[in-house]
Write a protein that binds this ligand. Structure first.
Ligand SMILES: [Zn+2]
Length: 374
């Protein structure tokens, strides 16, 4: 059994325990992580057929000159959980994501060292969410500057410190009660999936020493050009997923590290208080306007081209259409959140717990309809 998170008491959360408690991850991942590169992408000369390294829970693959993508497969372990990668120029390297454990961040750092010995300029959290930031302490210990949107440190503190101060029952109790009292089997199932996720988040957060970024990036000062020596990256901020999202764009090679602004083969995670449906859809419209050969490293799921952006836009369109219909029919918001029906064409998409994805998407679309933003 793999010990993935070393807790102060020496007791870690094992993968088996994690998957048992957060079974949702396992189920979703079985759909998303194991998907092979699509045929069209397999023919893309930028993507190396053989990975630089593959540890099961994640593999690292060359996707351009000095560009590498780290793609997670949570069905085989949750050391990394999200995707990321690194850029290595002649003079310096940029690491992307802190991952969910220090072991995940260490894995990516070791992969960088297999490819290049240049000094590391920085590691970037594309946003504050736990699966992208709980492994940050690894960079702190290595004196690697940690970059992120200026709001990441405070959002991490606000979101995760309170969890560290309470028992698991205090966190999950109210939802357990709701699940028990649920009027329908559908609602009960949705709440059960949320409980799986909450248990997982509690275990991960409570066994981690939080490590905040020490180099806040003021969104007003973006885009920011980062010169790594013959390799230029641009950091840009876009609305949508978390209110703290930053992407890494290498325009000379049409490669974009999109963070969680792109979910590929899974429903988008929309629970964040700062997530905005209209903002996210506008961001995806912008991505769609970029070069037709753009390669995107999504936050979750396999690497994609513009078809990944198209697919995700269709998912948002469907969420919006169904929300609008329910709203017109006078279905109250709390009920509408559970009434969305996954259409046949999206049946293969993974769902990271209803209350983190579809439920809040419908709620936010309702808010937008009612405030006239839609
Ligand atoms: Zn996220």
């Amino acid at each position: 059994m793999v010990n993935i998170t070393a807790a102060p008491n020496g007791k870690g959360v094992t993968r088996r325990e994690f998957l048992a408690k957060g079974g949702t991850f396992g189920a979703v991942v079985a759909l998303s992580g194991m998907m092979p590169l699509r045929a069209a992408l397999a023919a893309d000369a930028r993507i190396a057929q053989a990975p630089l390294v593959d540890k099961g829970f994640a593999s690292v693959r060359k996707i351009g000159e000095g560009l590498y993508a780290t793609i997670s497969d949570e069905s085989k372990g949750i050391q990394t959980m999200c995707n990321g990668g690194f850029l290595a120029g002649k003079d310096a390297a940029l690491l992307i994501e802190g991952y969910v454990t220090t072991a995940g961040a260490a894995f990516q750092f070791d992969a960088l060292r297999m490819a290049s010995q240049v000094p590391v300029k920085a590691a970037l959290n594309t946003h504050y969410h736990f699966d992208h930031s709980l492994g940050n302490a690894f960079y702190g210990a290595k004196d690697i500057p940690l970059w992120a949107h200026a709001k990441v440190a405070s959002r991490m503190a606000e979101s995760y410190l309170p969890i560290q101060g309470i028992t698991k029952t205090a966190m999950t109790g109210p939802v357990e009660k709701q699940a028990k009292e649920a009027q329908s089997e559908t609602v009960r199932e949705h709440l059960q999936s949320d409980l799986g996720m909450m248990n997982a988040v509690y275990d991960l957060v409570s066994s981690t020493v939080l490590s905040m970024p020490n180099h806040p990036l003021d969104p007003a000062a973006l885009p920011l050009k980062v010169d790594l020596g013959g390799l230029e990256a641009i950091l840009e901020s876009f609305p949508g997923h978390s209110g703290t999202d930053i992407i890494v764009r290498v325009t000379a090679q049409n490669v974009v590290y999109a963070g969680d602004l792109i979910f590929n083969t899974v429903y988008p995670v929309c629970f964040d208080a700062q997530a905005t449906m209209s903002g996210w859809r506008a961001t995806l419209k912008t991505f769609a306007s970029w070069d037709k050969d753009t390669l995107f490293v999504p936050g979750h799921g396999p690497i994609c081209g513009q078809e990944g952006v198209r697919n995700l836009r269709e998912v948002f369109d469907d969420l919006a259409e169904q929300a609008e219909k329910l709203h017109k029919a006078g279905v109250p918001r709390a009920e509408a959140e559970h009434r969305y029906a996954v259409p046949e064409k999206f049946k293969s998409l993974g769902i990271y717990a209803w209350g983190f994805t579809i439920g809040p998407a419908i709620a936010k679309l309702y808010e937008e309809l009612e405030s006239g933003k839609h």
